[in-house]
Design a protein around this ligand. Structure first.
Ligand SMILES: CC(C)(COP(=O)(O)OP(=O)(O)OC[C@H]1O[C@@H](n2cnc3c(N)ncnc32)[C@H](O)[C@@H]1OP(=O)(O)O)[C@@H](O)C(=O)NCCC(=O)NCCS
Length: 373
């Protein structure tokens, strides 16, 4: 027997600190000046190039990002450090990823008056896990008091939508009555804050999605009409940090042990793929792009979203049709499209159709077509 499935709630955890572009650029430029001073002799001899300054105008124009939330601000902005400063936690303490994941899950549950006993599984899906095992998902599951099972999965920026399909299938088949998908994204720890090309890109956050059997979901929930996943290998977005790094005698600060990308190639390749993916997904369910009341798109870059919406609709989308949250949050990896949904869904009328879609490293693209009950 196949059950109908709905997104009955979402939750959001917002970190305590904000970094504006002005603050970010001031710290980057102070770091660049220190670097250039350190390399002054080589630079004067023409043996090294000075690090150019970053600029607020470039960041806003190239990305649409105005600020971002972070778990630690002082370490990131310290020009002598340029990375967050986290105190190590003992094994008996809740891990940082689990802590913010639990908060997002509690928010999602509380919004619909549900509790942990109503849930059978937790999928922790994020672009990076803070350790190999035990699974972050199991720690979150146990901290919440969810019976049943949990696991981790990583499909970079598409982790949330790929997990949404896993949750949809688990509920559809009856394996679970309800599943919490949780996306704790501490991107500040894998961003290279000294790389001018990308130091402005990411922000921290955690989101949660409660996926339930439709017959148990509250009024106003969103039925999942279908999900669709696509992946194809690309080297244009990579993070090589992993358990082999130690055996390769790597330094955690080596540039390839952090996020890096060929931004222009990503833009050129991913945008048409994402637009075609959404179109094909909608067509498989008997819809066309103009039938869609709202697109909750991945939030990496404003121009990417404008391009995709234009390709789908044949005209510019309004903010009402494709809401933007990256100006406030920056790119939050897998959480972006879920924040957009979380912040912008209460005005959708019963019967209206929406699309949640993420795209990112892999490459990976995931979408869910939903209809408001
Ligand atoms: C990352 C991205 C915003 C960069 O924008 P871009 O317009 O491609 O910028 P480029 O890297 O080509 O740089 C353009 C110019 O700005 C300069 N520049 C780069 N970073 C700068 C900064 N922080 N401040 C000032 N100038 C900067 C470059 O040096 C370059 O100068 P040049 O033309 O004299 O060589 C853009 O490529 C993008 O959005 N890509 C999408 C990919 C993405 O965001 N993926 C995330 C996962 S899906």
């Amino acid at each position: 027997m196949s059950h109908r499935v709905a997104i009955s709630s979402t939750g959001l955890y917002t970190p305590p600190h904000t970094i504006t572009n002005a603050e970010l650029v001031a710290s980057f430029n102070a770091w660049a000046d220190l670097e250039n001073e350190r390399n002054a002799i080589d630079i004067a001899a023409g043996a090294a190039q000075p690090v150019p300054h970053s600029s607020v105008e470039f960041i806003e124009k190239a990305s649409g990002i105005q600020r971002r939330y972070v778990m630690d601000k002082e370490g990131v902005l310290d020009p002598k450090r340029m990375r967050p400063r986290f105190a190590p936690r003992a094994d008996h303490e809740l891990s940082m990823m689990a802590e913010i994941g639990v908060k997002a899950c509690e928010d999602a549950l509380q919004r619909v008056g549900k509790n942990a006993a109503d849930v059978d599984a937790v999928i922790c899906a994020a672009a990076n896990m803070q350790r190999a095992y035990p699974a972050m998902g199991v720690e979150i599951q146990t901290a919440l008091g969810v019976p049943g099972y949990a696991f981790d999965m990583n499909v970079a920026c598409s982790s949330a939508t790929f997990a949404l399909e896993m949750a949809y299938n688990a509920v559809r088949t009856g394996a679970a009555r309800a599943v919490l998908v949780v996306n704790p994204e501490i991107t500040s720890a894998h961003l290279c804050w000294t790389d001018r090309d990308c130091h402005f890109i990411f922000g921290d956050v955690a989101t949660a999605i409660l996926v339930e059997r439709l017959d148990q979901a509250p009024a106003g929930a969103f039925e999942i009409l279908g999900t669709r996943l696509l992946s194809t290998f690309s080297n244009n977005i990579r993070n090589n940090a992993g358990f082999l790094s130690r055996a390769e005698d790597r330094d955690p600060e080596d540039r390839d042990q952090l996020f890096r990308q060929e931004g222009r190639k990503v833009f050129k390749e991913v945008c048409p793929m994402a637009a075609e993916h959404i179109e094909t997904h909608l067509a498989s369910l008997g819809y066309r792009a103009p039938d869609v009341r709202r697109f909750w798109l991945h939030q990496a870059n404003l121009s990417m979203n404008l391009f995709i919406a234009r390709k789908l609709l044949g005209r510019d989308a309004t903010e009402n049709e494709a809401p933007v949250i990256l100006n406030e949050f920056a790119n939050t990896a897998s959480a972006g499209s879920i924040i957009a949904f979380h912040r912008h869904h209460t005005d959708i009328a019963p019967g209206d159709i929406g699309v949640i879609c993420s795209f990112g490293a892999g490459y990976s693209i995931g979408s869910a077509v939903v209809r408001r009950l």
